[in-house]
Design a protein around this ligand. Sequence first.
Ligand code: SF4
Length: 239
Amino acid sequence: MGARGGMIAPDETTFAYLKGKDKAPKGEAWDNALAYWKTLKTDSEATFDKEYNFDAADIEPMITFGTNPGMGMGISKHIPVSKDTASGNASYEKSLNYMGFHEDDAMLGKKVDYVFIGSCTNGRIEDFRAFASIIKGRKKADHVTAWVVPGSHVVEQQIKDEGILDILTEAGFELRQPGCSACLAMNDDKIPAGKYAVSTSNRNFEGRQGPGARTMLASPLVAAAAAVTGVVTDPRELL
Ligand code: SF4
């Protein structure tokens, strides 16, 4: 029927992250929890129908061109032609029409109107540090509206304490309320109809960021590069 999620066994990095956090178990309860969590891994005798191995270093910065998260590609590539896709049909065409894109278009250089860094998906302190590494000493493009939305109040405080918010504010970014924000346009943070947003959230369905809004999902680094240049840009050029 298809897969919508996956599980990754917790490792030492995960345990180190959790230890000492406010709501993490303490003392004996921590030891018991840790012992249990370490059982949450694949059985050694497990077999699989297929196994895939990827080297993350081989994956270039990605961006979506359509209206579901699977319609994504390496940022330097051209939009696939429908006959080469699994969904080579009317829905593919409808998706590109909604986006105002065409088969075989390059994504690099496409105009961007809004940049949204944040949501639950890329609103961690690590994301803002990466984002600021490109923004520091630069300004956002004049025609771009750029919103900063930490995933939580804790992260909001961190970006203030670390001086990241100052860097982003000086570059022309606007801090919005922590949380979901333009991920689903439930508050005032909506992308106007027909406008293009590079968004670090995780959904690009039709109307997700506002009726008629056109969403390109991307990482914080891709979003930062787009904010500075005003067009879809390979962030490696700015690092
Ligand atoms: S609406 Fe978006 S930001 Fe909010 S929880 Fe869902 S995916 Fe995360």
